[in-house]
Structure formats: C-alpha cells, structure tokens
Design a protein around this ligand. Structure first.
Ligand code: NAD
Ligand code: DAU
Length: 378
C-alpha cells in the first residue's frame, strides 16, 4: 500500500524542507501538509512543489481533536511526521499558554486521533508510525566549558553522571535526563513524554528525535541568524543577549530533513535519536562570521558592520550551552551532516540576500492577511 504521510507544520521553517524532500524524493507517496498558518507558517516556502500531484495542503489547528480525527480518517493516514509547534523561546517567555495549547494539547490531540483511527483498522498499527520532532532544549543546559573545566552556573546539570563526556567536553546523549528551563522547552518536553506514553500504554509505534539549532533558508526572522542578516543589510542594531557567550550547536536545515527521512524509514520504533552537527559556536563568534559574510557579499569593507553590535539585557533563564552527541544516529543509521559550516553559512546568507522579497513579505506580515482572506470561509 502506498504511504499517506501527514506532515504537520509543513509551512514553517524545518517543515517546509521536510515536505519538499518527501514530495520530490517519493512521488509514490501522498504527502499531506497540515498547518494552521500562524505567523510562522508561510506557503510561499513551498511555491516550487505546490502543484505536484502527490502534494496536498490542509489548513487546520492540531489542537482541534475532531478535525484531527476527520483529517486522519478521511485521508487514511499511515504515517505522521509531527513538526507543528510554537517554536520561539522569547515568545514563550511572553505568552507561555499558547505553547501549552499547541505543543502539549495539540500533540495530544494528534496522538489520540491517530490512535483511534489506527486501532479501528483490521491491521491495527502495522506499517504505521508517529514520528515526533523535538529539540535538544529539553535536556536543559550544559556548562560553558573547555576541556580543563571552567566553573559554571549550571552545577547541578554539569555534575550529573548521565551527561556524556566526549572529546573532553560534555554533550547531550539520548539518555540525558530532561531538565527544561523555558516555557518553550517545558512544553516540548511534555509533548515528548506524551508521545512515549502512547507507545508504552497503547503500543502506538512512535519515534522521537531531538535536534540542535537549525539554520538555512525560510527561517522566520525572529530567530538569530535571519534576524541578524536582515538587520545588517539595513544597518539596524544587532541585539546580542547578555555577553554573547552562550553556545549553540548549528545544523544546516537540509541535513536535518535528510536525518528525518532516514529515521522515518529506518529508525527503530520506540527509540530516540539525537541529531546534531558537532558544530558549536559562541553567539558572538557566530555573529562576527555572519557580519563578515554579509559585508563581503554586499561589497562593504569586511567587518564594518560590527559597529551595529548592541549588547542588550539577557534572555531570562538563558541556557548557556547546547551540544548534541549524534553518534548513535551515525553509528546505527549511517546519517551524517553533508555540509561544512562555512559552506552552509555562505549559502544561507546568499539565500536571504537574494530573496529580499520573501523577507519583506514576512516582515510586513502581508502573507498573513492574504491567507486569512483566502481561508476566511473554511
Ligand atoms: P516554525 O515556527 O518555523 O514553524 C512551525 C509551524 O507550525 C508553522 O508553519 C506554524 O504555522 C505551524 N503551527 C503552529 N501552531 C500550529 C497549530 N496549532 N496547528 C497546526 N500548525 C501549527 O518552527 P521550526 O523552527 O520549523 O520548528 C519545527 C519543529 O522542529 C518544532 O516542533 C520545533 O520544536 C522543532 N525544532 C526546531 C529547531 C530549530 O532550530 N528551529 C531545532 C530542533 C527542533
Ligand atoms: O536548540 C534548538 C532550538 O533552537 C529550537 O528548539 C528552537 O525552536 C529554536 O528557536 C532555537 O532556539 P534558540 O533560543 O537557541 O534560538 P534563537 O535563534 O532564538 O537564539 C539563538 C541564540 O542567540 C540564543 O543563545 C539567544 C541568542 N539571541 C537570539 C536572538 C533572537 C541573541 O543574542 N539575540 C537575538 O536577538
């Protein structure tokens, strides 16, 4: 039987890359992109594949249980790749409730609707999969360390024996205990627990993956990299939180999409995989690379935009360091990142500079007005 895959959040940043990969690579599958089209969802991200015969878009809210029941049943869905979420930490600090509604209640509604439909079939769960996309942020924060070991404010986490030491540094492992700090990561942690509970309680075939920071085309410009590229272009201040010393582990978004493809097809049911590129950058160092690249591509003296750097009040509860150990995925399923960071960041900066229309459209919010009128009667 041909696969009918429901991808939630497919109009967002990572989701649009996953939808594109699946639609192009698997013409025999039916790909249904289910998205509410919040401020972060934009169908312009999928212009190049929207007319493909194996692609369909449905506007819906994952927290609407009856809608999820109807959509899953009517489309005879055999697999779900669940990316829909509220995804921005700063927004979660301002309004935690929408994060609980979408990330927790929405995931639960999707799980329940899939469970009811799959359990009603004669073959039951055979050939089905609920694949939940999560984040490294659920593990909390690692200390800012060098191999010699520097004092850190995160002593409780740092002293945990569950944290793995590799290359003289600590990394998040699949076994690392959950310790979320922001309302965003707390909501993602909660949704991960519900997914695992549906496996353990009802036998639903599930997989959870936890990925590090993604970068690349189509990321909403509230996130560090696209926001800073756009601000540098327009000579606007670059708001660096705190001292800019926090560390993130960056992965090119298409490499994440490739990992999702590999895991969806070959991953072990009920298992967890960490996804990351062993590519840690202190924010301020990353920002200087972005500045140099934008300046060079715009024909300005390299580094001249460093004067735009503006240190601002830190994000409350700002996690110091994330670093993923993805060697299980490399060892068991043979995935590894395809792009070197230098190549990925150059591609990314070029893409944003070449697609100013896309940027203007999302910063003006015009696309939201367009969808609201287009879907007003549904
Ligand atoms: P995004 O904010 O760019 O996109 C989220 C998408 O979900 C949007 O299209 C939005 O319209 C949709 N959505 C939101 N609420 C919805 C609802 N109630 N019903 C239906 N659709 C809804 O997010 P992203 O950065 O692409 O992240 C996608 C997933 O990957 C999220 O689950 C996130 O937690 C996870 N993740 C992100 C990163 C990262 O670096 N961006 C890293 C690891 C994991
Ligand atoms: O680790 C995976 C997570 O990465 C995902 O789960 C989240 O959905 C995604 O948003 C991202 O979270 P971060 O908080 O790490 O990403 P953000 O781009 O918001 O910030 C990256 C770092 O840059 C972080 O240390 C905060 C800092 N920052 C961010 C912004 C927006 C600044 O210094 N200034 C800024 O204006």
């Amino acid at each position: 039987m041909s696969k009918k895959i429901l991808i939630t959040g497919g109009a967002g940043f990572i989701g649009s890359h996953v939808v594109r990969l699946f639609v192009n690579k698997y013409p025999e599958y039916q790909i249904i992109n289910l998205d509410k089209l919040t401020y972060a969802g934009n169908l312009a991200n999928l212009k190049d594949i929207e007319d493909k015969p194996n692609y369909r878009f449905i506007r819906a809210d994952i927290s609407d249980l009856d809608e999820m029941r109807r959509i899953i049943r009517e489309n005879q869905v055999t697999g779900i790749i669940h990316l829909a979420a509220e995804s921005h930490v700063d927004r979660s600090i301002r309004d935690p409730f929408i994060f609980a509604r979408t990330n927790v209640m929405g995931t639960l509604a999707l799980l329940q609707a899939a469970r009811e439909y799959w359990e009603s079939l004669s073959e039951g769960y055979e050939g089905k999969l609920f694949y939940h996309i999560s984040t490294d942020e659920v593990y909390g924060a690692l200390e800012l360390t060098d191999p010699q070991g520097v004092e850190s404010p995160f002593t409780t986490v740092a002293s945990s024996e569950l944290h793995h030491l590799a290359f003289g540094r600590e990394f998040f492992l699949e076994e690392t205990r959950y310790n979320p700090h922001s309302p965003y990561s707390a909501s993602k942690a909660s949704s991960d627990h519900f997914v695992r509970a549906y496996h353990d309680t009802y036998g639903m075939p599930t997989i959870v993956t936890n990925c590090s920071n993604n970068y690349g085309p189509y990321q909403f410009p509230e996130k560090l990299i696209p926001l800073f590229i756009n601000n540098i272009r327009h000579g606007k201040p670059l708001p660096v939180y705190g001292k800019g010393e926090n560390v993130r582990d960056w992965l090119y978004v298409e490499d994440h999409a490739r990992a999702i493809d590999t895991i969806f097809h070959n991953g072990k049911v009920a298992d967890t995989y960490n996804i990351g590129g062993f590519n840690e950058w202190k924010n301020i160092d990353l920002i200087k690379v972005i500045i140099k690249t934008v300046d060079r591509l715009l024909g300005r003296p390299e580094g001249s935009s460093e004067s735009l750097i503006t240190y601002v009040t830190d994000r409350p509860g700002h996690d110091m360091r994330y670093a993923i150990d993805s060697r299980k995925l490399q060892r068991e399923l043979g995935w590894e990142p395809s792009l070197q960071f230098e190549e990925g960041i150059e591609k990314t900066v070029r893409w944003y500079l070449d697609n100013q229309d896309w940027m203007d459209n999302v910063t003006s919010g015009d696309y939201l007005k367009y969808y609201d009128s287009m879907y007003a009667d549904r």
